[in-house]
Design a protein around this ligand. Sequence first.
Ligand code: NAD
Length: 498
Amino acid sequence: MRDIAHFVNGQALVGTSGRFGDVFNPNTGEVQARVQFATDAELDAAVQAAAKAQIGWAATNPQRRARVMFEFKRLIERDMNSLAEILSSEHGKVIADSKGDIQRGLEVIEFACGIPHILKGEYTEGAGPGIDIYSMRQPLGVVAGITPFNFPAMIPMWMFGIAIAVGNSFILKPSEKDPTVPVKLAELMMEAGAPEGVLNVIHGDKSAVDAILNHPDIKAVSFVGSSDIAHYVYQTGTANGKRVQAMGGAKNHGIVLPDADMDQVVKDISGAAFGSAGERCMALPVVVPVGKHTADDLRERMVAEIATLKVGVSTDADAHYGPVVSAAHRNKIADYIRLGQEEGAELVVDGRDFALQGYEKGFFIGPSLFDGVKVGMKTYQEEIFGPVLQIVRAETLEDAMALPSQHQYGNGVAIFTRNGRAAREFASRVNVGMVGINVPIPVPVAYHTFGGWKRSAFGDTNQHGVEGVKFYTKVKTVTARWPEGDVGDSSFVIPTMK
Ligand code: NAD
């Protein structure tokens, strides 16, 4: 059995806890490796290595740091195929989607290549007589990221790409379900020229997360995962005096107005609801058609579209999506489908009986469709995170807009319409962090910023873009006076700019 070790100070660190997590191949259901879980002492060793490396790294000029990022980008592109294969074999998403996962992370690295420009700071000449003021952004020191299973390449790069480019060193605690690609990324950062200790990977579960949250030398923690844990991380980390951003779960709605291009809508919603087996925080698991005619038409077309979907092993180039990440997760999704029926929703398509010949032990589940889903249902209120699409019918745009606006989650939302005025009004008023207009998965590009509202994010800075730079830096403002002639008398009054 292959053991996956930690990566500290530029090399593998073999764990001593005797605690491990199983890493499955979701296609076959077999355990393909086990990942070592860290002790507090192993995390501390990573922090010490990171703290030592950070001093020289912060003093390295920004252009040289950017060059490491350029080289890292080249190396990832060189290894794209093998990284995608590993990612797919541990997560279960198809190869093309695995490449997309890596590519979306690389786009943040491309943003980080421009860090010298972004770190230039601000300057005011002549703020007073002989007085100039300048402000600069300085790194925090050692920072940490805790990431979910569903984007094992993109989300670590969201975090360490920017954190390291601005001069921090980084401890990554990836998901224990698919930890190999995060370690490969750290190895590639070393190959790209990052000094040893600048990027370290520590594996584990709650105990490693708690060790991070309690370590006095970790200045900031970025978390992405489910909401209850995000909330816990936010509360514990901030109580310990750390800067914390913690992204949580989601239940994104797609509003369909009667004038929408229905051929396109059906394709868009199908991809957004069932792609990656629905295991995306920007998936679209709820569709809200406005008016009975729109709802009946959409339902009929969705049933036909679902019949064309191919569920297959993650290496099957024709498969639309592969298995979910674990047997436990597949069972949880099946339980939600049973609950939906018990709550009185109509199960139009039932994916629970799907089995793939030759892969009977794989974690597969077919696509499911519910109609007649109502606001009070638990299956509507909670995140299912599987290939399950729920139709919630609305009479008017106002009724439709109230649904995502009042939902506990507020990550993404989409509206499908040809009416620019309605779309503009919707985008302005809906109580959700990221909005798509005829765009089903409105994940902002790297130089904008990613973050939801309500229970989808705790803390007030988003991931990547300029917000990411703000999260991983602190501002220092210098007021300098070079007076001409004599210095005046002491003043006991606060200086003002009269
Ligand atoms: P998860 O919350 O189970 O795990 C996330 C991280 O927390 C992992 O590193 C895990 O090891 C750690 N962890 C697990 N249990 C813990 C505990 N009790 N205490 C402390 N840490 C713990 O999430 P997941 O299942 O890996 O990922 C799916 C979830 O992530 C979904 O809810 C999805 O919506 C969310 N997600 C959100 C975003 C976003 O940007 N808002 C992006 C991707 C995924």
